[in-house]
Design a protein around this ligand. Structure first.
Ligand SMILES: *Cc1c(COP(=O)(O)O)cnc(C)c1O
Length: 463
């Protein structure tokens, strides 16, 4: 399998180069040149465990790593770091919940970032050289990325967060990791300030080359790829339990990385009848699938589900490329229009819809709190606020005759304030979160000043 860019400006590359490239060098997103059709293999895959299923799916996209090596990477990622099954499905009331929070930081991002950390280490060991990851986080991504690369050879990670503006739990999940290759930076400023520093430093090509700067954000193809596996795994589990010919998924969405993996699974031939795209009040994507208009919001709404508080979805370009008939010229024109005006428009198809496989809506604060309270009272099940967005929209938009699988993307203990507001009780606990309060922490305070961050990186690396 070779990889190309949505904007058509790079020669086809192998998977390992795609992983290191992150964003494509022409400013587009890296995508596989074709999507394998696996319909004739579904029967044989149905009873596989998570690792064995990953060993069937990943090699279709990873043809430049010997299968025996790939197996070791998959086993290292998914046996040990997760507390049992990577992606169990449980029936709760009218829905199936796909619990993706059994990894070290209790959010679904662990599924992809555990594998990405192992891939980075493997690639560097064979090619030589080092990788320095510079990131900016408002919460969940930072800790999952740090846990993905902690202690790995050849890699240092510098993660900036806005001082005092992430939740106390999120901050401690990052700063209590004391491995020598993990460097937390608390920037006196906002998340946008952190992102600005990251962009400026990564945009300084001399600096970028000198320190082999890499990125772990969700535009990395390996992250989407890792997520495809649990769509198959959970669909098989629910089909076995119900005998249903097909399933539908509801996905709480921010940067469009998670639901994009579901879309690829569907294109590969997994019988997914409907993809339900659920957003919070930041509903640019929900509006797009209803109207064809994709329009940047004026500002980000702060919601109970901060990991979905985004204005522009970084993975959307991959989907748009396919929607526009894999036509790079057309895509480039549309993206240029969006860059210039903050708005783009796609005409509906002959059926009057943008994409008959997607339905979408948002869930607001009131709906989320009500849904958390309802699931707690009726089913004694605690939804975190992100998962509650997916469940709420899913139950409203699901086709009645097919099982509904809702992605549960975080453990409620990460968001105890929302749980308290919804239920009036302090119910959300997890031993890993409770233990954070007593662990030593390490963090460097820096001003909102790119030179200060730069000097810190140079001094820390000492070359
Ligand atoms: C990142 C995140 C999401 C959104 O996923 P995308 O791939 O950005 O759409 C949803 N829930 C939680 C808990 C997250 O951390």
């Amino acid at each position: 399998m070779k990889y190309i860019s949505t904007r058509g400006g790079i020669a086809p590359i192998e998977f390992q180069d795609a992983v290191l490239m992150g964003l494509a060098d022409d400013g587009g997103l890296v995508i596989p040149q074709s999507i394998p059709d696996v319909r004739d293999r579904l029967g044989a895959w149905r009873n596989l465990n998570y690792v064995e299923l990953a060993m069937q799916i990943l090699p279709l996209f990873v043809t430049d790593i010997p299968p025996a090596d790939l197996r070791k990477l998959i086993e290292k990622s998914y046996i040990g770091p997760f507390d049992g099954d990577v992606a169990p499905t449980v029936k709760v009331g009218p829905a199936w919940l796909l619990e993706l929070w059994h990894g070290p930081t209790l959010a679904f991002k662990d599924v992809a970032l555990q594998l990405l950390g192992n891939l980075f280490e493997y690639i560097l060991a064979r090619r030589g050289g080092r990788l320095n990851i510079l990131g900016a986080t408002s919460g969940d991504t930072g800790s999952a990325a740090i846990y993905g690369v902690r202690g790995r050879k050849g890699i240092d990670i510098f993660m900036m967060h806005p001082q005092g503006r992430t939740s106390a739990i999120q901050e401690r999940q990052m700063t209590t990791v004391l491995d020598a290759n993990v460097h937390n930076l608390a920037v006196k400023g906002t998340f946008d300030d952190c992102q600005l520093i990251m962009k400026e430093l990564a945009g300084d090509l001399e600096f970028k080359r000198r320190y082999s700067l890499g990125a772990v954000n969700s535009v990395n193809w390996a992250r989407v790829l890792a997520q495809i596996v649990y769509y198959f795994y959970s669909a098989f589990a629910v089909q076995k339990a119900t005998g249903a010919p097909a399933v539908q998924f509801s996905v709480p969405t921010g940067n469009f990385g998670d639901v994009l993996a579901g879309w690829y699974a569907m294109k590969m031939g997994l019988p997914i009848e409907r993809l339900i795209l659920a957003t919070n009040e930041n509903d640019i994507l929900a509006v797009f699938f209803k109207t064809g208009v994709y329009s940047r919001g004026r500002s980000v709404h702060e919601t109970l589900s901060p990991s979905m508080d985004i204005q522009v979805a970084s993975n959307f370009e991959r989907y748009l490329y396919h929607l526009l008939g894999q036509d790079s010229a057309k895509l480039k024109a549309v993206m240029a229009e969006f860059a210039a005006t903050g708005r783009l428009k796609v005409a509906p198809g002959p059926d009057g819809q943008i994409d008959g496989r997607f339905v979408s809506d948002k869930a607001d604060r009131k709906q989320v709190l009500a849904r958390i309270a309802e699931f707690h009272q009726k089913y004694q099940y605690l939804l975190d606020p992100h998962s509650a967005v997916g469940v709420d929209v899913g139950l409203r938009l699901a086709a009645p005759d097919l099982p509904l699988i809702c992605l549960a993307t975080a453990h409620p203990a990460k968001f105890p304030d929302a749980i308290r507001e919804a239920t009036g009780q302090d119910l959300a606990h997890h031993p890993a979160i409770d233990a954070l309060a007593n662990l030593p922490a390490r963090c460097k305070m820096v001003p909102f000043d790119r030179q200060a961050v730069r000097r810190y990186i140079e001094r820390t690396l000492g070359y």
